[in-house]
Design a binder for this molecule. Structure first.
Ligand code: GTP
Ligand code: MG
Length: 195
């Protein structure tokens, strides 16, 4: 899949700034530094659409990306980094709550986890948001290029078990570095965008 146009529409600090469109949206969430922005860039065939940083927690706002006036990706600030204040944590929770409770065109959630690590409580909280609001949810295990192939299978099993994934909650291995896993994820996402 390729897009003629892929652009950042708005970085929204609160719901007043959400774009007024009815394009279907898929939300990308995950720990800080897990590779959300890299995932967006890879999936859209762009190098610098979403900001990829070395400083964890760079993406602070909900970033809405318009793909060919057809689909929207929503990049969520990475959670789980140290030194976050209680106020920031509350704001983050409120922002997600507002989005899930009020955004009509939300179609699905993708939670990114690092293929090398055990998912965290925060990942589980995100998963529960999706289950509560009954939107389709998938897990993408990123940075698989950093794992020897012999270990990948067991890591995926461990991730599935930790998150207690149901049969309708798929888990996709993915590498932005090697550009692996894109097709499977698009095959899953397109029917959701179109639903
Ligand atoms: P925040 O916006 O801070 O939450 O981070 P993020 O989740 O958007 O992560 P980002 O895409 O900025 O990537 C963080 C770091 O991981 C960068 O140095 C990326 O180059 C690196 N990275 C992302 N994906 C991969 C991957 O598939 N393989 C490897 N080896 N590195 C990756
Ligand atoms: Mg980011």
């Amino acid at each position: 899949i390729t897009f003629q146009k892929a652009e950042l529409v708005v970085s929204a600090p609160d719901k007043k700034s959400w774009p007024e469109t009815d394009l279907p949206e898929i939300v990308l969430a995950g720990r800080s530094n897990v590779g959300k922005s890299s995932f967006i860039n890879t999936m859209c065939g762009r190098k610098k659409l979403a900001y990829v940083g070395n400083t964890p927690g760079k993406t602070r706002l909900l970033n809405f990306f318009n793909l060919d006036d057809k689909y929207m990706f929503v990049d969520v600030p990475g959670y789980g980094y140290a030194n976050i204040s209680k106020t920031q944590l509350m704001k983050f929770g409120q922002m997600m709550e507002d989005y899930f409770a009020q955004r009509k065109q939300k179609k699905g959630l993708v939670i990114l986890v690092d293929a090398r690590h055990k998912p965290t409580e925060d990942d589980i909280t995100m998963l529960e948001f999706a289950r509560y609001y009954e939107i389709p949810v998938a897990i993408v295990a990123t940075k698989t290029d950093k794992l020897p192939t012999t270990k990948l299978k067991n890591q995926l099993k461990m991730i599935r078990k930790t998150l207690e994934l149901n049969d309708d909650e798929p888990l996709f291995p993915f590498s932005a570095e090697k550009k692996e896993g894109m097709e499977a994820v698009w095959d899953y996402l397109i029917p959701i965008f179109e639903s």
